[in-house]
Unconditional design. Structure first.
Length: 364
């Protein structure tokens, strides 16, 4: 079965100089894929002419006259640039001509355009950005939200947990993936009111068997692999993501610098070359590029704006895998089954909380 992916080739910091070689390299590895390159046709064909030696028969060019820049506001992306490469790529998903879309463009604009064009899955108030981070168990930790929703209410974090569970179940083949709620401590008394109320909702779901809620987790648990999924608001998630990416690059630079100092350091580097290469590979942020916009009626993946060709290729790969494993229908089905039950559980928690508050007021 052929899987078609639409690519916003003009988005990001580098445009076609990155997206085109990434697309060609990806097709060399995936014989069942076809890519629709969306952007200014003249620029795309000029970039493609540099790769005459490669097989480009599974590449199709779709013209889009406009480009959403990294500085454009959401209003500009939605109202004024209706023929942008970003919007056309998402429209192809809506029209069924592509199974998923990939863009390295402005995150806020991509979320707004995707939400406007595709709409949200019934039962989902807000889409969330989800990506994977490496852990010491040599597996992925899925984390959401990573920037789409800076301010969240308990019901939003609750929905993120349900969507994350459905995604991991589909992608990793785990029927009951564990969910952790990111907090400043493991104890239930820790955290702000939003986190505490979210924990109550997730505990209620856990008791009904709707979700496998581990409890509160801390920042170190993300990389220890304590849970399969870590849920937080977009502000905390984005800061965590950028800090971890920066740390990975910092470690790589420090190791490279130190091993170049003196004969014995260079000798040690030669002896430990295999281990160093493996370490560099595991910590390379590029391998984890490609975040999914969960909660939409279509698959959309966000690449880092400054991604190079290697990193952007990983984003295409994640979109391809999501389409291959039919993630969208599985998430839609899971949400349809769980949201009504979860809402009933949430109503009971609210009733119990209200009753407790009323009793305390009478006592006072």
């Amino acid at each position: 079965m052929t899987i078609k992916i639409s690519i916003d080739c003009m988005g990001g910091d580098h445009g076609p100089s990155v997206t085109i070689p990434a697309a060609i390299s990806f097709l060399q590895r995936e014989p069942d894929a076809e890519l629709i390159l969306v952007g200014q046709e003249e620029a795309l064909r000029a970039a493609l002419r540099k790769y005459k030696q490669g097989d480009i028969s599974r590449l199709h060019v779709q013209h889009a006259a406009e480009v959403v820049t990294m500085d454009d506001s959401i209003e500009v992306a939605l109202r004024r640039k209706k023929d942008s490469s970003m919007r056309v790529a998402v429209n192809l998903v809506k029209d069924g001509q592509a199974s998923a879309a990939v863009s390295a463009g402005n995150t806020g604009a991509l979320m707004a355009v995707s939400r406007y064009v595709l709409k949200t899955i019934p039962g989902v108030d807000r889409p969330a950005i989800c990506t994977i981070l490496p852990n010491q168990k040599d597996g992925p930790t899925y984390m959401l939200d990573l920037g789409a929703n800076v301010d969240c209410e308990p019901q939003h974090l609750h929905q993120f947990a349900l969507m994350g569970s459905a995604l991991v179940s589909a992608m990793e083949g785990k029927p009951r993936p564990t969910v952790g709620l990111l907090n400043v401590g493991e104890e239930e008394i820790k955290g702000n009111e939003v986190v505490k109320q979210t924990a109550e909702l997730l505990h209620a779901d856990h008791e009904k068997g709707l979700i496998n809620f581990y409890g509160n987790v801390e920042g170190n648990d993300i990389f220890e692999g304590t849970t399969d999924i870590v849920v937080c608001d977009g502000f905390v998630g984005n800061v965590t993501l950028k800090a971890s990416e920066g740390l990975g690059r910092f470690v790589k630079i420090v190791l490279t610098t130190e091993f170049k100092k003196g004969f014995f350091n260079k000798l040690g580097a030669l002896i430990a070359y295999g281990a160093i290469k493996a370490l560099s590979r595991r910590l390379n942020p590029s391998r984890y590029n490609g975040a999914s916009l969960l909660g939409l009626r279509g698959l959309v993946f966000k690449s880092h704006g400054g991604a190079d060709a290697y990193a952007f290729e990983w984003a295409i790969q994640r979109a391809y895998d999501a389409a291959k494993y039919d993630v969208l229908s599985r998430i839609t089905t899971t949400i349809a089954e769980l949201i009504p039950q979860a809402e009933s559980a949430a109503e009971r928690v609210t009733a119990i909380t209200s009753s407790t508050d009323l009793t305390e007021q009478k006592t006072v």
